[in-house]
Design a binder for this molecule. Structure first.
Ligand SMILES: Cc1cc2nc3c(=O)[nH]c(=O)nc-3n(C[C@H](O)[C@H](O)[C@H](O)COP(=O)(O)OP(=O)(O)OC[C@H]3O[C@@H](n4cnc5c(N)ncnc54)[C@H](O)[C@@H]3O)c2cc1C
Length: 321
């Protein structure tokens, strides 16, 4: 079997799909949420007509007031107005998921802060139960940097089986580590994040293997720039005769990051798509700046990639001269 590596920077975007990621956040009123709903439906119809846009991603905070989600997560009693407000959030997400189902586009529901995770999971599970009967159209996101997420994923798989739907499992390590640790310290509760990088890595890789072992019950979306995690997944697939293009396994990196991973995987026939933020410039630039600030891992990956790009430039100029 040929050894797989991510060192070649010579391949391009061929066969790499796009995930539309509407980069607008921090909106807090119903008019904006309704506007976002219509925007998403437009994007889904657009994606449905294109072969290379299999997914649209969304954040529940694009459709709901953060304070409301926080209150539900904290099991606080909702006023009558808040109950109707929560119902309207369900209706918006339901409309979006229904459009996705009708247009055969998959929806990735992104994970955000742990202090709003319960209502996000509740909503997502309802949508999976409704729309994932024949195949996974709706994916929940599992952040393996949180203690207990691996067990939660396994339970989610059992629940899906018992309720007769296919689980959509998007696996990430998690992007809000600094924020999570700072809040836990400030408020004096136990830090929900794994004690170190090694434990996050172990749970991430175990989660990938668990999913690959259960492809009859779920669809797997591997969202990472970690080369070893991708390589382990590829090796497992090869060893267990899971074809590269298996319709239940997707790899993904963010646009402009991990291109060496995306391009090499796509070249070998794996399903690969890049998260592509779009939206009004005034919203998208601050959105990207916040993502970069939140994510300390950006620096390491970027320097690894610039080394590979330099190597490729040298290789190409060598060919010319
Ligand atoms: C396609 C895609 C979609 C994504 N969607 C989401 C999403 O919906 N929600 C979300 O939260 N993130 C999301 N992310 C970001 C993701 O969670 C990671 O922050 C980012 O990808 C870096 O992790 P890595 O696996 O790529 O690489 P690595 O560089 O191997 O891992 C870095 C990550 O490891 C963890 N880590 C680092 N140091 C420690 C430590 N000391 N202790 C414990 N853990 C540690 C952190 O999660 C850190 O981000 C997405 C990423 C991709 C590629």
């Amino acid at each position: 079997m040929m050894r797989f590596s991510f060192n070649n920077y010579g391949y391009g975007m061929d066969n790499v799909g796009v995930i539309l990621d509407y980069g607008v956040e921090g909106k807090e009123n119903e008019i904006e949420f309704d506007k976002a709903t219509n925007e998403f439906i437009k994007a889904i119809v657009f994606a449905g007509a294109k072969r290379n846009i299999p997914f649209v991603s969304l954040k529940v905070t694009g459709f709901a007031r953060f304070g409301l989600l926080e209150k539900i997560n904290g099991h606080e009693k909702l006023s009558e107005d808040e109950k109707s407000e929560w119902l309207r959030v369900h209706e918006r997400i339901d409309r979006v998921c229904n459009a996705a189902y009708e247009n055969k586009v998959m929806i990735l529901i992104d994970a955000e802060e742990t202090w709003i995770v319960e209502p996000v999971n509740e909503l997502t599970e309802k949508m999976m139960e409704k729309f994932n009967k024949e195949r996974a159209f709706i994916f929940n996101t599992y952040q393996l940097y949180s203690c207990g997420t691996l067990e939660f994923l396994k339970e989610a798989c059992q629940i899906a089986v018992s309720k007769g739907y296919i689980l959509g499992a998007k696996l990430v390590r998690g992007a809000y580590m600094e924020k999570e640790r700072a809040r836990a310290k400030e408020k004096g509760y136990t830090d929900p994040i794994q004690p170190n990088k090694e434990s996050t890595d172990r749970d991430y890789d175990d989660a990938v293997i668990f999913c690959l072992q259960n492809l009859d019950k779920l669809s797997l979306f591997i969202g990472t720039h970690n080369e070893k995690s991708c390589l382990d997944a590829v090796n497992y697939m090869r060893e267990h005769a899971i074809s590269a293009g298996n319709a239940s396994v997707y790899f993904s990196q963010l646009y402009g990051m991990g291109d060496n991973i995306s391009f090499n995987l796509a070249h070998e026939g794996y399903n690969v798509s890049k998260y592509l933020p779009y939206g009004p410039v005034l919203d998208v630039i601050p959105y990207l700046m916040r993502r970069a600030e939140e994510n300390t891992s950006v620096t390491g990956q970027t320097s690894r990639e610039s080394q590979l790009i330099n190597k490729e430039i040298k290789r190409r100029s060598g060919i010319k001269h």
